[in-house]
Design a protein around this ligand. Structure first.
Ligand SMILES: [Zn+2]
Ligand SMILES: [Zn+2]
Ligand SMILES: [Zn+2]
Length: 200
């Protein structure tokens, strides 16, 4: 009969690939193990300390490492164990039989993808650039430099993910100011006035 093996999995916070490794119970019990991601930027550590196992798990959800532990008996014999991130509540590591660990990691990959989509939705592409461009825009506005070609000086501001829209309150004309890169800051810095194009 083949020697009993354990499958251990986590998602690398650096390259976001799943790292799934297999070790025999003998290997895991004999000495501390370092299970690195092929990218070289993260590694899971596992060590047997008497009757329990201690793991240091790089966490893709919060970007930190978590130290978790469990009974050695569970670690070596349970069909599947899940360890979770205390900050986000998301799982960060699975240990167990190969056929139980693989589907668990696939589900975690999907959850991490969703987390990233949600995280980006409320933020800016580059918060520093956005802040700078908004600051410049405020300066121009305070000097009365924003107007619409229709003659109006009443306008609204709408902040987007990587741009700012200036919308004329009278004719609905709009102008988009990009706020994504360093050159967008430079562009708005050299403007004294901004003229919104009228609608139509
Ligand atoms: Zn990696
Ligand atoms: Zn975490
Ligand atoms: Zn207008």
């Amino acid at each position: 009969m083949a020697e009993k093996k354990r499958t251990i999995a986590y998602i690398c916070p650096s390259c976001r690939q799943s790292v799934i490794v297999e070790r025999t119970i003998f290997q895991l019990a004999a000495a501390p193990s370092v299970l690195p991601c092929p990218c070289g930027q993260s590694a899971l550590r596992v060590e047997m300390l008497g009757d329990h196992m201690r793991l240091e798990v790089p966490c893709v959800a919060c970007g930190h490492s978590h130290t978790v532990s469990c009974a050695s008996n569970d670690f070596f014999h349970r069909r599947a164990l899940a360890f979770s991130c205390k900050t986000t509540g998301l799982d960060c590591c699975y240990v167990g039989d190969e056929d139980a660990v693989f589907p668990a990691v696939r589900r975690l990959e999907e959850a991490v993808d969703k987390l990233e989509e949600q995280g980006e939705a409320g933020q800016f592409l580059d918060p520093v650039v956005m802040q700078e461009v908004l600051g410049e825009l405020r300066d121009i506005a305070q000097r009365g430099g924003v107007s619409c070609a229709c003659g109006s000086k009443r306008w609204k501001l709408q902040v987007n993910y990587s741009s700012i829209d200036l919308i004329c309150a009278d004719c609905g004309g709009a102008m988009r100011i990009p706020a994504a890169t360093q050159s967008d800051i430079a562009d708005i810095c050299c403007k004294n006035t901004i003229r919104i194009k009228p609608k139509g």
